[in-house]
Design a protein around this ligand. Structure first.
Ligand code: Q9C
Ligand code: ZN
Length: 338
């Protein structure tokens, strides 16, 4: 498989704030070093690095995200320093924008896990560029391609950052496929957390009648992002389907839900698939409470590839540095095993 690897060591917030306490930030640059080592050991891997990427078209991001949000994010390259800034006030239900710096940050954010410094925007853009290139690879005839960047993307919505995400990479890939005439794109999000940002963009921007957006995740009554991921979204322009799951989900249970999702995608005659992948569903992940095994990722990928449609994989979460390497290797072996 062809992998677009955007390592991005610049963006590296040391701290996230949870329940009033500082904790070590889970989304660290080393994640991609570990993944790179695993890829270089795989014979079937073809790793492409940023100097060989096609650059992200200027208009693409502004057709996914809100203009003032993008302007704000871009402005942080000049307004910020090397220190990370966190919001402390968030919009209440009928809110107005503000110019006060801490307030402005809160206006475009949903949590205190997703701080900004002077390097954040460029890193997020390079990560989005990996997604764009993976979509192009599939449009050029690859059966599959894998965008491996950080920061991740699926919690970033139309006009907000959150959950370690700033720009929505899955939306970038989907929009790229659609812009190149693919009219039956589906998304299957298998990160541990609900893909709230992708769902938000799907509802506000990518309102294609044929669009199918499925997410399999921890029940939001138990886990981040709390305020979405419970219901079927059927507002007259495509389908958003959510599978909120209980604690302790094992391989067998996950496979049931995965196959149900794949059946929906094939019934909807989806022609191109975008799959945000998170290894935070693994039994040893520090954030999740599912119990998927390393061996299962091979079967997961095989089942997805059995749809026999061009597929763009996008790296999202996965925070155990001792297991993400073997998990991605297992996953890729399943993609290749067809
Ligand atoms: N201290 C992704 O997997 N929750 N984002 C942190 C634990 C935030 C995860 C609470 C989880 C965000 C892409
Ligand atoms: Zn996640």
């Amino acid at each position: 498989m062809i992998e677009f690897l955007a390592k991005n060591p610049d963006h590296a917030p040391p701290v996230e704030i949870f329940n009033g306490r500082r904790g070590r930030h889970a989304e660290v640059p080393r994640r991609l070093d570990v993944i790179e080592q695993a890829l270089l050991r795989l014979e079937s891997s073809k790793v492409i690095y940023p100097p060989s990427f096609q650059s992200l078209p200027d208009q693409l991001l502004s057709r996914i995200h809100d203009h003032s949000y993008l302007n704000f994010l871009a402005s942080t390259q000049e307004t910020e320093t090397s220190a990370y800034r966190y919001p402390s006030v968030f919009p209440y239900r009928k809110s107005e924008p503000t110019k006060q710096p801490n307030g402005e940050l809160g206006f475009y954010s949903i949590d205190m896990y997703t701080p900004v410094n002077q390097t954040t925007y460029a890193s997020a853009k390079l990560s989005a560029e990996a997604a764009y290139n993976a979509a192009l690879a599939v449009l050029n005839g690859e059966k599959s391609a894998y965008a491996i960047g950080r920061p991740p993307g699926h919690h970033a919505g139309y006009d907000y950052m959150g959950g370690y995400c700033y720009l929505n990479n899955a939306a970038v890939a989907s929009k790229t496929l659609a812009d190149h005439g693919q009219t039956r794109v589906g998304i299957l999000d298998v990160d541990y957390h609900h893909g709230n940002g992708t769902e938000d963009i799907f509802r506000q921007v990518l309102k294609y009648p044929w669009f199918v957006n499925i997410s399999i995740h921890a029940d939001p009554n138990r886990k981040f992002p709390y305020f979405s991921g419970r219901h079927l979204i059927d507002e007259g322009y495509g389908l958003g389907i959510n599978f909120p799951l209980e604690e302790g989900v094992n391989d067998g249970r996950y496979d049931e839900v995965l196959n149900k999702s794949l059946k929906i995608l094939s019934d909807q005659k989806v022609s191109h698939l975008v799959v945000p992948v998170g290894f935070d569903t693994h039994e040893e992940d520090p954030l999740g409470d599912f119990r998927l095994t390393t061996a299962y990722y091979k079967l997961m990928a095989k089942n997805i590839m059995a749809l026999s449609i061009p597929t763009v994989f996008i790296q999202e979460g996965g925070y155990n540095l001792r297991t993400i390497g073997k998990n991605i290797a297992s996953f890729i072996s399943g993609v290749e095993d067809n």
